[in-house]
Design a protein around this ligand. Sequence first.
Ligand code: SAH
Ligand code: SF4
Length: 366
Amino acid sequence: MKQTHIENLLNKETLLPADLGELLRTRGEDRLLLFAKGAEVKKQYVGNVVYFRGLIEYGNLCRKNCYYCGIRKDNTCTGRYTMTDEEVIDAARFAFREGYASLVLQSGELMSKSHRQQITRLLQMINHATEGKMGITLSLGEQDMETLAEWRNAGARRYLLRIETSNPHLYSRLHPQDAQHDFKQRIETLKMLKNLDYQVGTGVMIGLPFQTIEDLANDLCFFRDYDIDMIGMGPYIEHEHTPLYAYRQSLLPQAERFDLGLKMIALARIMMKDINIAATTAMQAIDKMGREKALKVGANVMMPNLTPQKYRENYLLYQDKPCTDEEAEQCKKCLEIRVKLAGDQIGYKEWGDSKHYANRIKRKTD
Ligand code: SAH
Ligand code: SF4
């Protein structure tokens, strides 16, 4: 049977920005072909297995003022917290008992000797409490080489640092113009992480004010060119106590941001077949079945929230964040059902490292 133009594009060896733009604009039957291809590539290269990463939102103190984020330094409407050592270790033990083989420790960005030492100590304590069996991911913002090396040596295996957008001009409209919010430094940090042999995750927000389809197409090329191991991306969701809220009238409707999110996930899977891709909470914030839909088109990682409930209302990066009123156990049950609905199984007790990372390291040592 004769292939359609979209089918031809989907089978192309290397997708160019113009192809990606076209695919991001697909509607109707063509859009479904894109999603089916994402599902097919997922099944073939990483299998229908979903890996859980228990998410610990360690604290919301932040030295930065990103214009989109609800926990930015200048937002005085949020209470500030840092979890105690005991709370972090309890969450790690819970994850270990439940068979989640990985954790993500995430927080606002802090840079100080005491913070560095504190994270090192936590890494050591988590390793001790979980018999060194937990694959630990950090998502603690930009840090210097010395700090990242210290944390890697203390047992961190992966690091998530979203580029937020690969367009430096757009980046500068989303952040204050100062040395703390420097696009080049963000890129440098991603390079450092790679040199230190972290599994490196990055990502973008989708549907930001001033963002174009071409920007998103270029974001996908950025992920491919930087040979990254993991992607976490989701729709931008406005927060009333942030400067970008002033532009809310110019945004795409949330349903369209969500749909673009699905297309970005499917395309990322088609282009970078063996990487890990997260079905993010922001997808669920817009659509109750958002994460299941993300799994169906190519995502293979989910992050059950392990943050104690009393802190959750203060870790609102964006409004209407789901599961802020649930404890970890309830989240786990709900995720199990959701994964089954998406036609996947859960890879309990498996680190679920990015296959891409293993292949990348192998290429480096061959
Ligand atoms: N401070 C660290 C990690 C916490 S923020 C860092 O910035 O890397 C984690 C992610 O939340 C950010 O990378 C950003 O992409 C996302 N985020 C922040 N505000 C958001 C919003 N309003 N809508 C959607 N995602 C948002
Ligand atoms: Fe801080 Fe991260 Fe939010 Fe920026 S996105 S304000 S660095 S928590």
